[in-house]
Design a protein around this ligand. Sequence first.
Ligand code: ADP
Ligand code: MG
Ligand code: ZN
Length: 476
Amino acid sequence: MAFEPVIGLEVHAQLKTRTKIFCGCSTKFGAPPNTHVCPVCLGMPGVLPVLNQKVVEYAIRMALATNCRIAGESRFARKNYFYPDLPKGYQISQYEMPIAEHGHIHITLSDGAVRKIGITRIHMEEDAGKSSHDPSRAVSFVDYNRTGVPLLEIVSEPEMHSPEEAGAYLRRLRSLLRYLDISDGNMEEGSFRCDANISIREKGAAELGTRTELKNLNSFRFVEKALAYEIKRQIEMVKDGEKVVQETLLWDVNQNRSVSMRGKEEAHDYRYFPDPDLLPLVIEEEMVARIGKSLPELPDQKKERFVTHYGLPEYDADILTAGRDLAAYFECCARQVKNPKTASNWIMGELTALLNACGKTIDESPVSAEDLAKLIALMEDGVISGKIAKAVFSDMAETGKAPDEIVAEKGLVQVSDASAVEPVIDRIIAAHTAEVEKYRGGNTKLLGFFVGQVMKETGGKANPRLVNELLSKKLG
Ligand code: ADP
Ligand code: MG
Ligand code: ZN
């Protein structure tokens, strides 16, 4: 029996507004505990929430970017539960009438396949505070700075079928949030959180199997690992004639396994009801149109433009448009060189390797787009060879100097003058009589050997095209 995994993801993204969703307190991260609080976000009796318009705008931005239908009227609801980090005893969220539904995004897999994943709904809600426990003492702390920080909850359809698809979906959502400049999408810092729902079913079956839910996965790698583990666990259970039980699981990063947090019986009944303190939220079409016009070019469109305008392969265009800064870096480079694909190769190859090695992001790159473009132009104009260009690039990264400066300083200009290269070739031919004989006997693969020798002798500076030409002539 063959099984198919089915995955649906719930994402909570913290929005980058200056103030909280229902009061004027700052959302700034890292302040001393309980300094960004007021009677509203502390849940004092008799206070009234006032909706932050920026939160609504940001929600609409994301709804448009994910092709959702935006509700002309939506409602806030109270989700009731008790926890020390929730001083009101309820969280203001949206339930039956969310701001947006019925959307989709496209994801690209490592083999280049593009898949459409449905977005069930997007709604706005407030974050809770943060508890911390001191294991050495019988004491707990709570910090309410985070209560009332705005969140978007983005719920997918159960339409993903592998950990890879789930990873690609999450990366694309985060990329959209960052393109829209509405969330920093930082998973490690908790501004982008994911709960993963997972079930298996017999391949081809229409009905969904019983799901488990993995909570609080705080890196893409953990999501993929946890899902892979859970798929295997569920398949083994079913094969052994057991039934998967619906439960909430936590991923144990140290033991690489999922552990039960609570079963279905312990599931909360939140007793949602419309919040009487907040009016129904009416969104005029004109507001949606205005926000629509202000959206930046999004990854899908950018990717298409990179393919048609710069002639890049889909694969390159996909990688280069994953982030706005990376895309801008490429465009800056591509505008200044003859062949944009060369710029793409350098960015995806040398530059990415450099950034990974020094743990920097593209906007902190030690080599600017202008300088990389100059380096590529030197190569395209035949001033330096590709091999020398790589050495110059390392120098640029280390010293921050411009490529032409390094080339001049180190005397790396390519030698394209036949009268300078010929004597070297003659010397090498004279020194390798055995190889010359083999070459003339039909082993033409040896040409590479001779080219290598000449390059070595000239410190990589001889123009490779010229070397090839002269060698073929002299050996032939
Ligand atoms: P909640 O977790 O609050 O009960 P839902 O029932 O709406 O919310 O489901 C939440 C997520 O679980 C959605 O992303 C949905 O796609 C996914 N999901 C629901 N049923 C299954 C299932 N049988 N297998 C996998 N994912 C599922
Ligand atoms: Mg859930
Ligand atoms: Zn407040």
